[in-house]
Ligand binder design. Structure first.
Ligand code: ADP
Ligand code: MG
Length: 708
């Protein structure tokens, strides 16, 4: 009885047909669906069930048990509509019989059922049986039902039934019916958008069959495989989605590569190696060496580098980047290092200058705070090439900044920058190599989804001797104990950060709260110097505060999240985070990364507000349990989903409909391999077909890939 959904010859629809042409969806409903991103039959069919219910096994009616769900199939013996006296309900009651016996079926306020449940009709019912109030008979109340027509197929019961995420204006029965109709109207064979052999090598079912089966699984489907999204039909559709996303990346990447052909490779000989080694104040970790090796290999090939370097907070990305910059400089070119804030740019500038002192390299600094003659001198130095290495903020991308020969652009904490800001810096060089770094470590599969046009290096090891930061959660009642603890650490000569959340929209109010906190702490610790740092301070004020904290002259720094990334003060060993539940996990991890950078035992105290939610509490518990940034990112993803992962700054996260970067990472890797292979083949006829499909699937959903 579960048919094969043969196409109906009378009206065949294309996958690209707009939804309003589907019977049952008028213009108004089509518009509503359009607002959900569903415009075509294909969009509709990719709105997949989020679970399935097995309603396939028919029980004999006499086997129905109270309180248990089950499916029965029988004939309508009799049916009647009645009205209750007290409550003015209409009750439709039918008696349904099979070979074993009969059961009463009740529906409330659905008088129209009279015309469906006519005597002699065959019906399928799915629901939970209860014992009638009077008498001892069993009753099925408001079951899911299907009235079988002559050539009808059961779609709501009597099979593995799809349960859909809501769509506006549709009941779940209506979605099911419309899916069923759309599938029926598809042509018998759908063109396979995947390159030849790709589907066969994986034993994927043909496209049409896959679409039919994900909505209406055949009777022999293993429910467990469906739940894991590994039934062949699901596998195919998830693969397709990842394939075309990765194809977009692959083609974008090819274009960049092609535009850069003919560029000279960098040379690295023993003399260069020795000069780099002389700069190092410590031995690189194995992971740092490996990442540097990958970067150097890129620079020494003719092919331009577009590489993402990721690693947990404190793993030492900066040193790797510095060495890469020196490779470019040693070859007579220039390198630029872009940081997201002035504070960070200044800090990197200071430490690079220290490391490179006496080695004949000039290091410039360019932020919007650098003005007047200093700025003119710097710009001249960049233009003439006298300044081979410059650190700065997005000011590096401003008009008027010119390089003699910018070869390598390094972008630190890249998720803090917009795509345009990154592109502007890259454009300062002629076919520039690009190294982007991110301290929000993310699972490889998410990195490939977000930054699929980049190669990936990972530093998965911390420098030796790091002790994990001891992390605790405390409520307001423990505040005096916390202050006591701070006093003791300060007495030992250590320093403390106290961070206040500043959420952009309510910035003023939050700033006031941070300032009030500083005042309060000054009252608690009258003998201790306490600074206040936030994004609205003038550059001089900020430098003054930061300078004193760096020099160790200021034991406590109250701050907003301006210190979130990169700040490196090894003597600071305590991080107190106020209203910690207002931060996302990744942000908490970044903040905690400000301590535990030196030889002393370090602490992170998460102050929880009185109105902390369950989810907030769970987040803080994750922080207390682990210090592994990748693990924390994974939990963050699970809790919030990729869309919210980076907060508001990150745009361009592709909205995956079927695939899940965590659950389906293996399919993603597989699809990526095939996509890059397909892009390399470049047989033009096939390439056009791929491009067409790619554009249809992803245009509008994926701003960051420009398909040309
Ligand atoms: P991040 O990857 O978070 O940017 P940094 O580059 O700021 O980390 O490095 C964190 C700290 O570790 C710095 O103080 C740096 O000097 C130090 N560091 C980096 N690599 C090593 C190493 N191989 N051995 C010892 N210390 C290191
Ligand atoms: Mg860093």
């Amino acid at each position: 009885m579960i048919g094969r959904m043969e196409p109906r010859p009378d009206r065949i629809l294309d996958l690209a047909t707009p939804l309003r042409y589907l019977q049952g969806i008028g213009p108004a409903r089509a518009e509503k669906l359009g607002a959900e991103g569903l415009a075509t039959i294909e969009d509709l069919l990719l709105h997949l069930p989020f679970r399935y219910e097995d309603r396939s096994c028919f029980l004999p009616i006499t086997a129905l048990l109270p309180g248990v769900r089950g499916t029965v199939r029988g004939r309508v013996l009799s049916a009647a509509l009645r009205r209750t006296r007290q409550r003015r309900l209409t009750i439709f009651e039918a008696l349904v019989e099979d070979d074993s016996g009969s059961v009463r079926v009740l529906f409330y306020n659905q008088p129209y059922l009279r015309t469906l449940f006519t005597t002699g009709r065959e019906v399928i019912l799915y629901g939970e049986t209860t014992i009638a109030r009077r008498g001892r008979s069993l009753v099925l109340q408001s079951p899911q039902f299907e009235v079988l027509g002559d050539d009808d197929e059961a779609i709501h019961t009597g099979r593995i039934v799809p349960i859909y995420p809501r769509l506006p204006g549709f009941s779940s029965r209506a979605i099911r019916r419309i899916m069923h109709r759309a599938l029926h109207l598809l042509p018998a064979v759908l063109p396979d958008p995947l390159p030849a052999g790709v589907a066969a090598r994986r034993s994927f079912p043909p496209r049409r069959q896959a679409l039919c089966e994900v909505h209406f699984p055949p009777p022999d489907t293993a429910p467990e495989a469906m739940l894991r999204r590994r039934a062949p039909a699901q596998h195919r559709l998830i693969f397709e989605e990842f394939f075309f996303l990765q194809l977009g990346f692959a083609l974008a990447r090819r274009e960049v590569d092609a535009a850069s052909s003919g560029r000279a490779a960098l040379h690295v000989d023993d003399a260069v190696r020795a000069r780099l080694r002389a700069v190092l104040p410590f031995r690189l970790t194995g992971a740092q060496k490996k990442a540097l090796g990958e970067i150097a290999a890129d620079l020494m090939s003719g092919r331009p580098m577009n590489r993402l370097l990721q690693g947990d907070v404190g793993c030492g990305k900066t040193m790797v980047a510095l060495l890469a910059a020196l490779l470019a400089v040693e070859n007579g070119h220039q390198a630029a290092f872009m940081a997201p804030t002035e504070i960070l740019a200044e800090q990197h500038h200071r430490s690079f200058r220290r490391l490179l002192a006496g080695r004949g390299y000039q290091v410039g600094l360019l932020t919007s705070g650098v003005r007047g003659p200093a700025r003119r001198q710097l710009l001249n130095g960049l233009r003439s090439g006298d300044i081979p290495f410059v650190v700065g903020t997005h000011a590096l991308g401003e008009e008027g900044v010119r390089f003699r020969s910018l070869r390598l652009a390094i972008i630190d904490e890249q998720h803090r920058f917009g795509v345009a800001q990154r592109a502007r810096v890259r454009a300062k060089g002629d076919r520039c190599d690009v190294l982007v770094m991110t301290a929000t470590p993310i699972p490889r599969s998410l990195a490939l989804t977000l930054y699929g046009d980049l190669d990936l290096s990972v530093i998965d090891e911390l420098p030796p001797g790091r002790k994990p930061v001891r992390t605790v959660m405390r409520g307001d009642e423990a505040r005096s104990g916390v202050y006591h603890f701070l006093r003791a650490r300060v007495a030992e000569g250590r320093q403390v950060y106290v961070v206040y959340p500043v959420i952009e929209e309510s910035e003023r109010g939050d700033l006031r709260a941070a300032a009030a906190m500083a005042e309060r702490l000054r009252g608690v610790f009258p003998a201790i110097s306490i600074g206040l740092l936030h994004g609205r301070l003038k550059a001089e004020e900020r430098d003054e505060v930061m300078g004193r904290f760096l020099a160790g002259a200021m034991p406590i720094l109250v701050s907003t999240t301006v210190i979130e990334v990169g700040i490196d003060v090894p003597n600071a060993t305590v991080m107190v985070i106020e209203q910690a539940e207002r931060f996302g996990l990744s942000q908490l991890h970044q903040l905690r990364g400000r301590v535990g950078r030196g030889e002393h035992e370090s602490y992170c105290i998460l102050m929880a507000g009185a109105e902390i939610s369950d989810e907030g509490r769970r987040r803080l518990e994750v922080m207390c349990r682990t210090s592994d940034g990748f693990e924390i990112a994974r939990r963050d993803l699970e809790m919030r989903g990729p869309g919210h992962f980076f907060g508001t700054r990150q745009s361009g996260i592709p909205d995956l409909r079927l695939g899940d970067v965590l659950r389906d990472h293996d399919i993603l890797e597989d699809a990526r391999r095939e996509a890059f292979a397909a892009a390399a083949l470049q047989r033009s006829g096939h390439r056009d077909a791929l491009l067409q499909h790619l554009t249809r699937r992803w245009s509008g959903r994926l701003g960051m890939i420009e398909i040309g």
